[in-house]
Design a protein around this ligand. Structure first.
Ligand code: BG6
Ligand code: MG
Length: 214
């Protein structure tokens, strides 16, 4: 049934989510928000950089102009990119590496569907720069998750219908996007028990069971 898999990147193939948190927390403190928590950061999963900033600014009493917002987002991205320098191919877990290679050998189309504008850089650092059949990221979409655009575009580019692809996600916005696009979803971490998640993934290697059993 599943001839293609569309993977989210942050929080699915690698744990950049911790770097996002650290970089946003530094920005929060600069503008006197001292109660920015991992729970707030969880709501930023899957949504674009500017939407993530809006979630952070909900905690401020001040109003920010569009120009100020762009400066804050840019600052966050600079800090985040410094942190991304820590990533190398050892950050790709054996579990993920084995699953990707096994699926590739079985002829399954493999794509990335990420909201991040840094996806290319991260894939490069993980040693996956040329691995995926298709990469659709924050640079090539106009609406970020929960809008299904990123996944629909990826499915179209690998030449498959949504019903033929599995979407792998760690974010509520991503499960919503997949569902809205007509995809079945596999949920990692916090979204394992989300009602709209088709398959909970306790560990990454279960993707192979799902794909080969269906
Ligand atoms: C998503 C992350 O993958 O990318 C979000 O889950 C992040 O938290 C978004 O805001 C945009 O990332 P970037 O790298 O373009 O700032
Ligand atoms: Mg994610």
């Amino acid at each position: 049934k599943y001839l293609g898999i569309i993977f989210d990147l942050d929080g699915v193939l690698c744990s950049t989510d911790e770097y996002h948190y650290e970089a946003w927390k530094a920005i929060a403190e600069e503008i006197d928000i001292n109660n920015f928590t991992p729970k707030d950061n969880n709501r930023q999963r899957g949504v674009s950089r500017m939407e993530s900033l809006e979630i952070l600014l909900e905690k401020s009493e001040r109003k920010f102009t569009d120009k100020e917002k762009l400066i804050l987002a840019d600052k966050k991205n600079q800090r985040y990119k410094e942190l991304l320098n820590n990533i190398n191919s050892f950050d790709l877990s054996d579990e993920v590496r084995v699953a990707l290679n096994t699926l590739r050998k079985a002829g399954i189309k493999l794509a990335i569907g990420s909201s991040s504008k840094n996806a290319g850089l991260i894939l490069e650092r993980l040693g996956l720069g040329n691995f995926f059949d298709v990469v659709v990221d924050g640079n090539s979409i106009t609406k970020s998750k929960p809008n299904p655009e990123v996944f629909l575009k990826a499915a179209q580019m690998i030449g498959l219908q949504p019903s033929q692809c599995l979407v792998v996600e760690d974010a509520i916005s991503g499960i919503e996007a997949g569902t809205a696009g007509g995809f079945d979803t596999a949920g990692i971490g916090g979204v394992m028990s989300y009602p709209k998640t088709t398959y909970p993934l306790r560990d990454f290697s279960q993707i192979m069971n799902i794909v080969f059993a269906n």
